[in-house]
Design a protein around this ligand. Structure first.
Ligand code: ADP
Ligand code: MG
Length: 366
């Protein structure tokens, strides 16, 4: 009998896998999706590749293009619903809101807050994401974005530095200063083939003050970062919103726009970054609170997340933690920044109570 290269022959074995995809992709669903393709040729096997190559606890799903979210909707929706802790077929992301003037508070004492950073990801409509793009498309992404950035003015005007033209010293200095990405080693990136052709068409653009930075062709077409020293979250958000809008305006002149839809908000390659893709973080020094047995619980109860001083998977240096909003979906950009501001204010209140030798029992959120 002739070999049939069909869904049955190709269905992955998830017996020992801990990924989210493995919990939702049963044979029947795989069979329904097996013959489908996006206009760019993205298949179900392409989007689930990280789930097959990883046995640990991970999402295991990555979009190859914007249309992947539509064509493989039943799988993406199931994974999104689990990953974002409930997001059903009738749920939808609130409208974008980048208005910093509506924030309450957000100017912190530098004794505690050492620096502030807000980042998001953006995709350019019509071009494939890193897992599926050709070398040519990746270079087109770089061209579209750098052309738009060249049109920025005032405090937003800056320069593009392609990775391929940097010396190792320059590259390492930018990483040490918290400005630049490293070649991704994470499973999603490696197993989805997103790091092919490194460092071709990757680079960083930044304004002269290094307070507005754009990463090109790292994990997404574009990562947009606003950051500065000190405790002024509000100023960082103001520049973030203004910069994002200015880039969109420049791109529009060449008929380009961000990937966005009403239900899911802004679309990035990884479904975990849907909605706002926004991570607003402060580097906050908490000598006392970080030693409190409930520190971790308090951070989680405030809907926040903590990382080390060097970012994800690093440790805190001198009790300086990276504290940020934990979620990306179901609130607007401004609401996430407000959540961070309110939470960090509480952390500092607790730190000050501990400094004064008082108990924080009545300050701990339920
Ligand atoms: P993300 O995934 O949001 O880009 P990472 O955890 O990968 O964040 O960290 C990226 C870089 O940004 C790291 O060098 C980290 O130290 C730096 N960083 C994050 N938050 C801040 C902050 N508030 N101030 C200064 N640097 C920061
Ligand atoms: Mg990161």
């Amino acid at each position: 009998m002739a070999f049939q290269n069909d869904a049955k022959a190709n269905f992955p074995d998830y017996a020992n896998h801990g990924c989210v995809v493995g919990r939702h992709l049963n044979f029947e669903m795989y069979q329904r999706l097996f013959g489908k393709k996006t206009a760019h040729g993205v298949t179900v096997d392409k989007v689930i590749q990280p789930s097959v190559d990883n046995f640990g606890n991970c999402i295991g799903l990555i979009a190859g293009d914007e249309e992947s979210y539509e064509v493989f909707k039943e799988l993406f929706d199931a994974v999104i619903n689990e990953k974002h802790k409930g997001f059903g077929p009738n749920d939808s992301q609130p409208a974008p809101d980048l208005d910093a003037s509506k924030l309450v508070g957000g100017q912190f004492d530098e004794k505690y807050v050492k620096s502030c950073r807000i980042r998001t990801g953006r995709g350019i409509r019509g071009l494939c994401y890193p897992p599926s793009c050709t070398r040519g498309e990746r270079r087109e992404v770089e061209r579209v974005i750098t052309t738009a950035l060249a049109g920025l003015s005032g405090d937003l005007s800056g320069t593009y530095y392609p990775l391929s033209k940097m010396t190792p010293e320059q590259e390492n200095q930018l990483i040490a200063d918290h400005f630049l990405f490293q070649k991704p080693t994470g499973h999603l990136m490696v197993n989805s083939a997103s790091v092919r052709d490194w460092p071709d068409a990757r680079g960083i653009w930044h304004n002269n003050e290094k307070t507005f930075l754009i990463w090109i062709n790292e994990e997404d077409h574009m990562r947009v970062i606003s950051m500065q020293k000190g405790g002024n979250v509000k100023a960082v958000f103001e520049r973030f919103g203004r910069g994002l809008n200015a880039i969109a305006e420049q791109m529009k002149k060449n008929g380009r726009e961000y990937m966005w839809n009403q239900r899911l908000g802004y679309l990035c390659a990884c479904p975990s970054n849907l909605g706002t893709g926004l991570r607003a973080s402060v580097h906050v020094q908490l000598h006392q609170l970080s030693k409190h047995p409930k520190f971790e619980d308090i951070v989680v109860a405030l809907q926040l997340q903590k990382r080390g001083t060097g970012g994800e998977h690093t440790a805190a240096v001198d009790d300086v933690y990276d504290i940020s909003n934990a979620a990306r979906l179901k609130k607007s950009e401004r609401e996430f920044v407000q959540l961070l501001i309110d939470g960090v204010k509480k952390l500092i209140d607790m730190e000050q109570a501990l400094e004064a030798g008082k108990s924080i029992d009545d300050l701990i959120p339920a």
